[in-house]
Design a protein around this ligand. Structure first.
Ligand SMILES: Nc1ncnc2c1ncn2[C@@H]1O[C@H](COP(=O)(O)OP(=O)(O)OP(=O)(O)O)[C@@H](O)[C@H]1O
Length: 244
């Protein structure tokens, strides 16, 4: 029996408006925009993107810089609303986008664990249960009472990854985060993602590392200038991408 559909992207279009003029000051911009003298260039970051993912699928999004990968993830995470088309998501999402974006840099790591937990919808009691696992996974035991502003970017990512992957979300969105942190930690993150996949979590993964995508994913969407160039079996498309 086929597994249930978790994500359905249906003819998704995303338009950004880019101001084509330069302004010397904000005042000039406001005056011109009131007078409707500001012209905008339309830019379509996604054009007619469709695909569906079933429970337990791991999708790699690949493509050159600016091809629309992050924009696609953001529409699935609900951060952006498609200009046209629709994205249907069935289940809870743990978004690992812009890791650490939910941190208050003046607070300690410990305080941020509870703050982020609340943002992810967990109670304080649940976070207390997860706390030791977060500390152990992030390997930051000696730094939990240090303000996060004193952390290196790798340490921030480790803490954010450990928090975002607690529990068993239905859908895990991973945007480039595995390229942060050292090699050994990346492997640890890969293992955790693989474990979640075995636990039937559906994964969406953006990376420029095609070997990593091939290793982790069973499906690939290859975007080119906002259009789906290919969607299907990860091994076949990875091979095609490497030869392109
Ligand atoms: N908020 C925005 N406003 C205007 N343009 C945007 C916005 N966000 C993205 N874009 C544009 O949309 C296009 C796709 O961007 P996106 O970040 O999705 O690409 P990407 O494939 O993730 O690229 P990269 O590999 O560099 O991370 C780019 O040309 C980018 O400049």
């Amino acid at each position: 029996m086929e597994k249930p559909i978790m994500i359905q992207a249906d003819h998704v279009y995303m338009k950004f408006s880019l101001s084509s003029e330069k302004f010397d000051s904000f005042k000039e911009y406001v005056i011109k925009s009131i007078k409707k003298q500001v012209s905008y260039d339309e830019f379509w970051a996604l054009k007619d993107v469709s695909f569906e993912l079933r429970k337990g699928d791991a999708l790699g999004l690949i493509g050159l810089n600016g091809s629309g990968k992050s924009t696609m993830l953001k529409t699935i995470a609900g951060v952006l609303k498609p200009t046209k088309g629709s994205v249907t998501v069935n289940g809870s999402i743990a978004p690992l986008i812009e890791l650490g974006a939910g941190f208050d840099m003046d607070l300690t790591a410990r305080e941020n664990v509870f703050l982020n937990g609340a943002l992810l919808g967990y109670s304080r009691k649940q976070m207390q249960e997860y706390y030791d696992d977060i500390v152990e996974f992030s390997e930051l035991k000696d730094f939990m009472d240090v303000p996060v502003k004193n952390f290196s970017s790798g340490m921030v990512s480790r803490l954010a990854f450990a928090i975002a992957t607690i529990g068993t979300p239905d859908i895990l969105i991973v945007d480039e985060v595995l390229s942060v942190g050292d090699f050994r930690f990346q492997e640890k993150c890969e293992q955790r993602i693989q474990k979640m996949m075995n636990g039937e979590t559906t994964i969406l993964f953006v990376s420029h590392n095609i070997n990593q995508v091939e290793k982790l994913c069973n499906k690939i969407v290859w975007l080119e200038k906002g259009v789906v160039k290919a969607f299907g079996d990860a091994k076949e498309i990875a091979e095609e991408y490497r030869n392109s």
